[in-house]
Design a protein around this ligand. Structure first.
Ligand SMILES: Cc1cc2nc3c(=O)[nH]c(=O)nc-3n(C[C@H](O)[C@H](O)[C@H](O)COP(=O)(O)OP(=O)(O)OC[C@H]3O[C@@H](n4cnc5c(N)ncnc54)[C@H](O)[C@@H]3O)c2cc1C
Length: 449
């Protein structure tokens, strides 16, 4: 007799190891129908950007391989597609891991209610975060708005994140057709600009693990200092893998702790774990303040006198501002789909403070160009740099990109790698005078203070 079927609805958990929804279905004796739904309709303004679609495509390709071609692919509204798949497969249950974007929360809630009415078992799990946003609250029950107490008092006083679960030893799949393939989702554009990304990333669950191991062996020692130097290979580059769930944060956390303790790297390890803590903090902010992607957390910034200058914005986007560290960063982003964190802060500061262009422009550009584009991390970080966020630095602290470069790229290694024409007549003059533009930013701030 055939066994009962459960749909495992994959989203931002594109892995077999430490995937609680999948493990739950297997352990409860279900045959599995693994499903991915490309739901851009519900995403609205936050439909997946172009570079991220490439990452998604590669992740799905490698997941489907790992699942021996058994994945089912659909495009459209998940709320319409799941009931149709249930009908056609006779599935009795749907399991998934939670996402934290406001549009996904709203959609998933509706789906859960509708499936319950139809007597379909549903259960959702935590696969993406170390601590749930509703678990880490101040003693008065309100969410933290400042990182250090959030992380040190809130998170670290909770039980440690659970150990990652192994991948199921054996998965039994339900026969089903048509399955379609990841190609049918039409994630890739006609112009194959994304070929260059292939040189930089191994997008798969094994690729995530290999990259993490490489970092822990070569980059963790000295991370606390050297993570600020964009020419050095001293950061993990885990961000896209964490966003799409090619690896679980619990696995990253526990593997890093083991490696850090074995090498006696207490302060580097503490620093690395606290960066994972920033990711948690951003997700907590998005959960508790769902307007985070568009509305400044500090109300007064609604009246900020932003400039409008499409030409200047285009120069920033293309890496032609004439400010070397900024142009290096913008070109690294264009070529690799990723940018070093220190440089993200510098390019963002130039845009919103020296150029006085709205942080939404930067947020949108990053959204489209980053392979790790993440609604929580991206919007929280842009608000932080713009000075309107939860735990933002005081407004008058405007990054000086020249002194930043002297400090963090002293040998011009990073700049020369990405801006080979730097120092020649082909390189443009600076788009702004750093001193006068800083003064103008401070004047603009006085208007809303
Ligand atoms: C303007 C701006 C926009 C950003 N947009 C994004 C984004 O869309 N997606 C994204 O994942 N990160 C974003 N970040 C945060 C950060 O720059 C990246 O997470 C980091 O550079 C990723 O590189 P890594 O994996 O080597 O980091 P590591 O230094 O190795 O850190 C390990 C992990 O911790 C997390 N992390 C590190 N720094 C931060 C941070 N400041 N905020 C939140 N999480 C952090 C990431 O998941 C990262 O993979 C942004 C930062 C700025 C200043």
């Amino acid at each position: 007799m055939s066994k009962k079927t459960a749909i495992v609805w994959f989203r931002q958990d594109l892995r077999l190891k430490d995937n609680p929804a999948l493990t739950h279905a297997v352990q409860n004796g279900y045959d599995i129908l693994p499903v991915y739904i490309y739901d851009q309709d519900n995403a609205g303004e936050w439909a997946i950007g172009e570079a991220s679609r490439w990452w998604l495509f590669k992740s799905l390709q490698s997941m489907n391989e790992a699942m021996k071609g058994n994945m089912v692919f659909r495009s459209g509204k998940a709320g319409d597609i799941l009931p149709a798949l249930i009908k056609d497969s006779g599935a009795k249950a749907v399991f998934w891991n939670r996402c934290y974007e406001p549009w996904q929360i709203a959609r998933d809630k509706k789906i859960k209610e509708a499936l319950k009415v139809d007597n379909i078992e549903t259960e959702s799990f935590n696969a993406s975060l170390l601590w749930e946003p509703w678990e880490v609250l101040k003693s008065d029950g309100t969410p933290y708005k400042v990182f250090t107490p959030y992380y040190r008092k809130g998170c670290l006083s909770k039980p440690a994140p659970a150990q990652p679960q192994d991948a199921p030893e054996k998965i039994s799949y339900t026969d089903f057709s048509p399955r379609y393939s990841e190609n049918d989702l039409e994630l890739l554009p006609k112009i194959q600009w994304y070929r260059k990304l292939d040189q930089h990333w191994d997008v798969s669950e094994d690729g995530a693990r290999a990259r993490l191991d490489h970092f822990l062996e070569n980059g963790l020692k000295g991370y606390k200092e050297k993570r600020n130097n964009p020419a050095l290979d001293h950061v993990s580059k885990m961000s896209p893998y964490l966003h799409f769930g090619n690896i679980s944060p619990r696995e990253v956390w526990h593997t890093a702790r083991l490696a850090g303790m074995a090498q006696n790297l207490e302060s580097d390890l503490d620093c690395f774990c606290s960066e994972l803590g920033w990711r948690e903090f951003s997700h907590s902010l998005l959960y508790h303040f769902p307007d985070l992607p568009r509305k400044p957390l500090q109300e007064k910034f609604k009246a900020f006198p932003w400039a409008k200058d499409d030409g200047a914005l285009a120069r920033w986007q293309k890496g032609l501002t004439g400010i070397p560290i900024v142009d290096a960063g913008m070109r690294e982003l264009w070529e690799t789909g990723w940018m070093h964190n220190r440089v993200r802060m510098i390019v963002a500061s130039l845009l919103v403070k020296n150029m006085l262009l709205h942080w939404h422009h930067g947020e949108d550009w990053f959204w489209d160009c980053l392979v790790d584009a993440d609604l929580a991390n991206n919007s929280a970080s842009w608000q932080w740099v713009a000075g309107c966020g939860a735990d933002a630095a005081p407004y008058f602290r405007v990054f000086n990109p020249i002194t930043q470069a002297e400090k963090f790229d002293p040998d011009l290694e990073y700049i020369k790698k990405w801006v080979p024409e730097y120092g020649t007549a082909d390189y443009p003059d600076p788009i702004v005078d750093l001193k006068t533009s800083r003064e103008k930013a401070l004047e603009a701030y006085q208007q809303i203070k």
